[in-house]
Design a protein around this ligand. Structure first.
Ligand code: SF4
Length: 88
């Protein structure tokens, strides 16, 4: 199911699977024809929360109906632990 979350680095509402796909792009200089990873994604520390379904979401249908997902709390200790596991 299409789920929407608020991407803090880009300050934009996005689909969770779009976040995953953006992370699969090559970082730095992309081969001809390929799109490089966005700078925001390169430096992003939030994506482990998206991958682990720890970000607040609403369905795409609800979003199109006017609902907005809450902004994740990156300072919450449980969230910080998940983000740090990925950096370490
Ligand atoms: S990787 Fe980070 S910056 Fe890129 S879309 Fe996902 S949450 Fe946003």
């Amino acid at each position: 199911m299409d789920m929407m979350f608020f991407c803090i680095p880009q300050q934009a509402y996005m689909r969770t699977d779009n976040c995953t796909n953006l992370r699969k792009r090559p970082a730095g200089k992309a081969p001809a024809g390929a799109q490089p990873m966005l700078r925001a994604c390169e430096k992003c520390t939030m994506y482990p929360l998206v991958d682990k379904n720890k970000v607040p979401t609403v369905t795409l249908d609800a979003y199109l109906g006017g609902s907005k997902p809450k902004v994740a709390n990156l300072q919450a200790s449980a969230n910080r632990k998940i983000m740090q596991m990925n950096i370490a």
